[in-house]
Unconditional design. Structure first.
Length: 296
């Protein structure tokens, strides 16, 4: 199967921001870009509802117009449009097979429509076979996206959230590859919470035990990253083990980041779309692009 970058389009400002981000990424990877528009098969389930042919035609024209605009802005970009039918989450998950990257718009928290659309994104993130990048649109009334441009990227960090209990190679490789490709620094964050001792929070025992544990984890983190730093000497790496909830620490580090990369287990069960508290928090609250990388 031909390697591609795929972006899901639903006409929202967020999906247009995702298309713009995906176009730049496809060019950098020298890969074709596929714009996928999914028309829900049961979008008019009520027996008294009458499909609006004009509205449907407008929805179907929109991806072609987006493709034309991207082609004008990026003449070297190989861009194609696919109109598919079915349940959006299932169709998007299907497009991820054999794909390098799946890019979606992300609305965070908000109105009911945004939350319903968010369920599609969460389900896709939880089940897609390839890395999924979620991109926010810029603030209302402004142009562009929250994603830095190619010119801004070298001045921002790629942020990697790493669990030292499961430092999976797929996630680390994705983060180093992203930083190397875009010329960014790599900020590796391992957030951890000290265990309670006999029901007493360890902070009550004095600073030394926590400091010692933090130093130990920092040493472990340095050991995990050492072979990757040797393989990518061009990437400037800053690594830290910090006390606190991992999601909170990552959100702090993500302020102004080029991209935030986190991992999730590949799901074996066909039911549910649980992604874990860190991914859930980033999807809803992070303004930087978030890459969720599946691993075994």
């Amino acid at each position: 199967m031909t390697r591609t970058v795929v972006v899901g389009l639903d006409g929202s400002p967020e999906s247009l921001a995702a298309a713009d981000w995906a176009a730049r990424e496809a060019l950098l990877r020298t890969l074709p870009l596929r714009l996928v528009h999914v028309e829900e098969a049961d979008s008019h389930p009520h027996p008294l509802s009458v499909p609006d042919a004009g509205s449907r035609q407008r929805r179907q024209r929109a991806p072609d117009e987006v493709a034309a605009g991207l082609a004008r802005r990026h003449p070297a970009l190989d861009v194609a449009v696919e109109h598919l039918a079915g349940r959006p989450a299932e169709v998007l998950q299907g497009t991820a097979d054999g794909t390098d990257l799946l890019v979606l718009g992300s609305r965070g928290r908000g109105a009911l429509a945004a939350l319903l659309a968010g369920s599609v994104r969460l389900s896709t993130v939880a089940r897609a076979a390839c890395p999924v990048v979620l991109v926010r649109a810029g603030p209302a009334g402004t142009e562009g996206t929250h994603a830095p441009s190619a010119e801004e990227a070298p001045h921002r960090d790629t942020v990697l959230g790493l669990d030292l209990g499961k430092p999976y190679d797929e996630l680390i490789a994705f983060a180093f590859d992203t930083a190397a490709r875009h010329g960014t620094g790599l900020h590796v964050v391992h957030g951890w919470e000290p265990p309670a001792v006999y029901g007493i929070h360890p902070a009550a025992l004095g600073p030394r035990p926590v400091d010692d544990l933090t130093a130990e984890r920092a040493g472990t983190l340095a050991g995990v990253l050492r072979p990757w730093r040797e393989e990518h000497p061009e990437v400037e790496v800053r690594a830290e083990a910090v006390v606190g909830r991992p999601a909170h620490r990552l959100l702090e580090a993500a302020a102004g980041a080029f991209l935030v990369a986190v991992g999730r287990h590949r799901r074996r069960s066909p039911l549910g779309h649980h992604t874990g508290p860190v991914v859930h928090a980033l999807v809803h609250h992070c303004t930087a692009p978030v890459a969720v990388v599946p691993h075994d």
